[in-house]
Write a protein of this length. Structure first.
Length: 329
């Protein structure tokens, strides 16, 4: 594992939570294992939740966030937001695996209650409660960025997933901010999900996003220069939260909507794509995407693309998403 600050060391240890004094009259407190909160003095501050390590082998976001905490602790970064950092799955991070028993990012939005015997389920419930308490005290904007890297390459290396907003309008300012981060495409989800970002969007009324920032690699093997865009944007957000954001350039930010899920109903499921197929690979009209017994998934129209193809998931879970281009309005 790559060298890291005492924040990540503490997050991955079995030590009891503590409170640490920081420069500028700040204090870091640990409201739960692997979770650190820093509240600057003053009223009306924005509340920013940064989560990483929901999948334990997605290490680059962990390193980026850890370096930000280290700079706050050293006085090199003047924090002007309420900040909650969650290293979500310490067991999986220590083991260097995506998850140990079950995909934690399928256990939010109350889904943990259906499988209470899973360690990931109890952790998801704990993180939901922590996020609710954090955002309940917010007087400014509520922002949540769940930082990930993907298990495969992508036609758009850096992309965001915008949770289904129900009756809320899509936030153009946040889309413009994502564009400034170097995000190359955005999936506008069209239905509820059991992800962490959907949970905080729906139940905490946060502007929440899942950010896919590149490919998953072990600690010490990340080219952190490839994450410079999100690193700069987060640092600026935390130190200058009210800096004006350039308007959204819609023509330069491809938007997609989730058309339907590839559901794996049984072990007979077969994905008729290359094992190394990239996210956002176009699907030719009429091609057989997958089948599962008598169920056939066939591409239609020539503009569809595949996202998150993973035929190895357990039956009952999503084995991919079929997406298509869409305009914001």
């Amino acid at each position: 594992m790559t060298p890291h600050s005492r924040f990540l060391q503490h997050a991955l240890s079995a030590d009891a939570a503590a409170s640490w004094p920081l420069p500028g009259g700040l204090a870091a407190r640990w409201p739960a294992s692997g979770c650190v909160q820093i509240d600057p003095p003053g009223d009306g501050a924005d509340s920013v939740l940064l989560s990483c390590g929901v999948h334990g082998n997605e290490t680059a976001p962990i390193e980026v966030v850890d370096a930000i905490l280290d700079d706050i602790a050293a006085g090199r970064l003047a924090l002007r937001c309420r900040l909650l950092v969650i290293f979500a799955n310490p067991d999986a991070i220590r083991a260097g695996v995506r998850y140990q028993n079950y995909d934690m990012n399928r256990l939010f939005n109350g889904a943990h209650a259906k499988q209470p015997e899973l360690p990931e389920a109890s952790r998801a419930a704990e993180l939901e409660a922590l996020a609710a308490a954090f955002f309940a005290e917010s007087a400014g904007r509520r922002l949540h960025y769940d930082l990930h890297t993907a298990i495969r390459g992508s036609a758009f290396e850096k992309f965001a997933i915008y949770p289904y907003p129900h009756q809320r309008a899509h936030n153009r300012e946040q889309l413009a901010w994502l564009q400034q981060c170097g995000i190359e495409a955005v999936l506008l989800h069209s239905q509820p999900a059991n992800t962490f970002s959907y949970h905080t969007s729906r139940h905490c009324e946060a502007d929440a996003f899942t950010l896919e920032l590149g490919k998953a690699r072990p600690f010490g093997h990340n080219e952190l220069s490839r994450f410079a865009g999100i690193d700069r944007a987060l640092r600026r957000l935390l130190t200058e939260p009210r800096t004006e954001i350039a308007p959204l350039r819609e023509d330069d930010l491809p938007l997609f909507r989730a058309k339907y899920d590839l559901l794996k109903h049984s072990e007979a499921f077969r994905l008729h794509l290359a094992d190394d197929v990239q996210n956002f690979t176009p699907l030719a009209d009429g091609m057989l995407i997958a089948d599962d017994g008598d169920i056939r998934y066939v591409a239609s129209g020539g503009e569809e693309r595949i996202l998150f193809p993973n035929p190895t998931v357990k039956p009952g879970l999503r084995a991919g998403i079929i997406v298509e281009p869409v305009r914001l309005d």
